[in-house]
Design a protein around this ligand. Structure first.
Ligand code: 0L1
Ligand code: MG
Length: 234
């Protein structure tokens, strides 16, 4: 397990890929925890969790009917309108999401969000245990403005734009039928105790993920919630 976590951490810090099938484990979440512990030991702070495979399409693609989850750290956060540093990423993709802010074990606020995923597995080819061990491809996130959860949150229109062009159209309904279900899953899955106050829960993607190119501008717009944006470094 230590070798497995070391290899994933080397891939992260050395910006290089591993080939699927290189390692095996019966407990991919334990490997994930080891990988994240290495990040925390370098001074990063856990700031929340993300859910993955929350859409029917992604579940079918992986042949599963359960969500997966990973850790978010402060080093993954990109300010709204900030820059995604490509030199630290292997083959990043972006996906439109919503984020929840946690207080008292409840949803305190919602925001439009962008998740950056960047698998440490070659060509994004992995098994389910491999992607779990790899912290579910977590690589970055942007959170827009926090606000109260609006009426109709279960079916808000979502756009993903790259360089001013709409490249994906979706709905928050793609996130487990209602993104609040993703929050309930996060609360159920969070290890040991209640999710700490001020944590962020990234609920999952409302559309397919899209690869980004140097210099591109990425913008997510969620109906009633507003926008989240990032610039890709050149
Ligand atoms: O956030 C996600 O849904 C990604 C989960 C891992 C699968 C992938 O990297 O596409
Ligand atoms: Mg995601």
């Amino acid at each position: 397990m230590t070798d497995y976590a070391d290899a994933l951490d080397d891939a992260l810090t050395g910006v290089k890929e591993l080939r699927s099938g290189s390692f095996a484990t019966d407990d991919p979440y334990a490997v994930q925890r080891d990988v994240v512990d290495r990040r925390l030991a370098r001074g990063e702070k856990a700031v929340g969790i993300k859910l993955g495979l929350t859409s029917r399409a992604k579940m079918q693609q992986m042949g599963v009917d359960e969500v997966i989850w990973g850790w978010l750290t402060d080093a993954m956060r990109i300010a709204d309108g900030g820059s995604l540093d490509l030199s630290q990423r292997i083959h990043p993709k972006v996906e439109p999401e919503v984020a929840f802010l946690v207080r008292g074990g409840e949803i305190a606020a919602i925001a439009p969000a962008i998740e950056v995923i960047d698998s440490r597995w070659l060509d994004f080819k992995f098994t389910l245990p491999e992607v779990i061990a790899d912290n579910t491809s977590a690589a970055g996130f942007v959170v827009g403005n926090w606000q109260p959860v609006p009426a109709g949150v279960e079916n808000l229109g979502v756009l993903l734009e790259i360089d001013g062009r709409v490249v994906q159209i979706g709905s928050t309904a793609a996130i487990l039928g209602d993104p609040r279900r993703a929050f309930a899953e996060a609360a159920r899955l969070y290890p040991g105790r209640a999710i700490p106050d001020e944590s962020i829960v990234l609920a999952g993607a409302a559309t397919a993920a899209v690869s980004v190119k140097p210099g591109s501008a990425v913008r997510v717009e969620v109906e009633k919630l507003g926008t989240a944006q990032l610039k890709v470094s050149s």
